[in-house]
Design a protein around this ligand. Structure first.
Ligand code: ADP
Ligand code: MN
Ligand code: MN
Ligand code: MN
Length: 356
């Protein structure tokens, strides 16, 4: 066991300039993260210096067998907390050999929105609260839950401590540090209302980088849970009944919202979001109707409701933002399995570019 640990921790830079780049992309379900590694001749810090690569799209549900090649373009680089040294993680998006984004590539469209000069000049910031649930591998039942039964009702678990309240903290904390190591702008973690459910926050991050950082943070979490032998679930309502679902609250501001007079800009943005409620819901994650019931700190999927400090609203404005008359607001509708490229770019599109 210790020889294996020694080998996996070999420090390559003692003997070679070469480094390992783990290319990451999103597979055909829109939630499956795939990756493979290649050797580079030396350290790289700019994705433009990295070669494009390809994969077999017929094995990920993204291309037919007779024309299976999908091309991946390196878009963002992070330090690799697993291999360390100069080794890197590379977030990629996917194209046809002709250079068209494939249908599941939401990043390309988002990058277009965020590079629009009218969007870039207002500096959109996003803070994403990613909730998730840890499941026992063989039975797919939350960690810490008795087999064939249920724990006591919700109440003691949110931000809880103790062997009967917090389950899986070693995973959560490893992930927190690994994300900081990688260069992800992770801003915190907490235990959630449902036992076995946790949250990490990414942000505030600017524009397209919010999506890149959330995806790589998800990837790192998949890798850590793989090591721990625990299954990671982003299902929006993993356990039906009187148990909280899992969301991905999306906090948002622009330069003018953060500045004096920002409150009026916030109210106008919320009004526009209300006019497009249905379209947003359709991009906010699969199965979200099981979560947005109007109970368990959600607003019903059918209604658009905003309020100050209201956790039963679609959009919540914080007390500080109301008091300071500037700041940010929280879109509470996105499900834990949302695509952050889709959600962030849609929020920017509706609030900045769209003229009702
Ligand atoms: P909650 O009180 O809803 O649980 P959290 O503290 O979990 O909120 O998450 C709030 C998120 O909002 C964090 O990711 C934080 O970085 C982000 N945030 C803070 N200020 C802003 C801002 N001005 N614009 C966008 N996001 C912000
Ligand atoms: Mn939170
Ligand atoms: Mn939460
Ligand atoms: Mn929140």
């Amino acid at each position: 066991m210790s020889l294996l640990t020694d080998l996996v921790n070999l420090n390559l830079s003692d003997v070679t300039e070469k480094v390992i780049a783990e290319y990451i992309w999103i597979g055909g379900s829109g939630m499956d993260l795939r990756s493979k590694a290649r050797t580079l001749n030396g350290p790289v810090s700019d994705p433009k210096e990295l070669p494009k690569w390809n994969y077999d799209g017929s094995s990920t549900g993204q291309a037919p067998g007779e024309d299976s090649e999908v091309i991946i373009y390196p878009q963002a680089i992070f330090k690799d907390p697993f291999r360390r040294g100069n080794n890197i993680l590379v977030m990629c998006d996917a194209y046809t050999p002709q250079g068209e984004p494939i249908p599941t590539n939401k990043r390309a469209k988002a990058a277009e929105v965020f590079s629009n000069p009218n969007v870039a000049c207002v500096e959109p910031w996003f803070g994403i609260e990613q909730e998730y649930t840890l499941l026992q591998r063989d039975v797919k039942w939350p960690v810490g839950w008795p087999l064939g039964g249920f724990p006591g009702p919700q109440g003691p678990y949110y931000c809880g401590t103790g062997a009967d309240k917090a389950f899986g903290r070693d995973i959560v904390d490893s992930h927190y540090k690994a994300c900081l190591y990688a260069g992800i702008n992770i801003s915190g973690i907490n235990g959630e209302v449902m036992p076995g459910q946790w949250e990490f926050q990414v942000g505030p991050s600017v524009g397209i980088s919010a999506g890149d950082e959330v995806w790589v943070a998800r990837y790192i979490l998949e890798r850590i849970t793989e090591i721990a032998g625990v299954v990671l679930s982003f299902d929006p309502k993993p356990i039906p009944g009187d148990w909280n679902g899992a969301g991905a609250h999306t906090n948002y501001s622009t330069k003018s919202m953060r500045g004096d007079g920002g409150y009026d800009v916030i109210l106008k943005a919320i009004e526009k979001l209300g006019l497009r409620h249905k379209e947003h819901i359709s991009a906010y994650g699969e199965g979200n109707e099981r979560r947005l019931t109007g109970r368990h700190e959600t607003a019903s999927i059918e209604t658009f409701l905003w309020g100050v400090a209201n956790r039963g609203a679609s959009i919540r404005v914080g007390r500080d933002t109301e008091k300071n008359k500037k700041g940010y607001f929280e879109d509470r509708r996105p499900a834990s399995n949302m695509d952050p490229y889709g959600v962030t770019s849609m929020v920017a599109e509706t609030t900045i570019l769209w003229k009702p």
